[in-house]
Ligand binder design. Sequence first.
Ligand code: UDP
Length: 406
Amino acid sequence: MRVAMISEHASPLAVLGGEDAGGQNTHVAELSTALAAAGHDVRVYTRRDGPELPETVRMSDAVDVVHVPAGPPEPIAKDELLPYMKDFSAWLVGRWRADDWVPDVVHAHFWMSGLAGIAAARQTGVPVVQTYHALGTVKRRHQGTADTSPARRVGYERALGRAVDRVIAQSQDEVRELVRMGVPLDRMTVIPSGVNNRTFSPEGPAVPRTPGRPRILTVGRLVERKGYQDLVRAMPMIPDAECVIVGGPPPGEVDTDPQVRRLRALAEEVGVADRVRLIGAVPREEMPYWYRSADLLVAAPWYEPFGLTPLEAMACGVPVVGTAVGGLTDTVVDGRTGDLVPPRDPAALGAAVRDLIVDRVRRYGYARAALDRAHREYSWSRTADQIGAVYSAVSEVRRPSGVVAG
Ligand code: UDP
């Protein structure tokens, strides 16, 4: 099938770890590659956010990334992108007609891509599949007035859920949230993200370790909801171990980054500054080296739509101590591949990590089970097969849609 992936802010070609570049970018890149490997013709449409970007870049065999001119060709925070979605969809329609390449299905990633997708699909009669990646209702619940999303986000997300042909939820928790929002259950299919088991495996180079120090790794964008501050606060309970935080600014800008400074100041305050290291963003291809160097991964978000980093660690044979939220409650099997603790609870986190660090036998057991689970249950080819089946189903039954793009 001809598949148009729309990922308005998250380019599959982006450098990851910065504030708006993480799991969605990985997801779109890996899913597109796996769909192409299964024989689909995939084009990924993402906003042109630099003047130097060519219109089309070949990412891999049978996957083109197309940079859509919508708004100024410069980086813009995703919460500021809504006004450009009309231009985005109009450009898509013009391009599909000009190229004589009308997709069989549009797969939109994130709510704004959904608006652009629905608007374009309405003019071309193409079905739309939606993956939210994150929900405004959840973000608002946790962030309150600190949430910078456009005020209309939640309303649009609800309308989208009723207008698209199919919603792909990434976890059971997301299904519950979508039902609470009023999205009909029969419109949803649960398909988890995958992990690249060739890239993420126990065999291969590892970053050298600090002699005599167990290593706790945590990975992701340096945003508050990832809970790094809770891990730093837990560190006094975990003597001797070092905590390595991967993600955030490019390496040259680590020392001046405000989030890094805040975490370092906290580490100073709780007396663990000599055992907390902030590395900055690491290129995607080097991530396995970091996972392999760790005794365990901590993923302590306050909420998490899916969470790729626990799966990546598991695929490298690294157990996870995580918070019992969102996708982690599906991927991490509590007491078998890792331990789950309540979110925003440094004492519970510290106790769980300390106990697992000292209990080498349990840690090895978890590591084996984690590796086994990641390799058996999660792969991008499996995700692509399931999503391909959804594409086929929605192409057979086309429904008229009814949402208005802002
Ligand atoms: N990542 C990376 N380099 C970094 C930090 C993160 O390549 O410095 C990748 C990480 O390996 C994972 C993704 O970014 O593939 C983060 O995805 P996750 O779902 O854990 O978090 P999100 O960004 O969606 O909140």
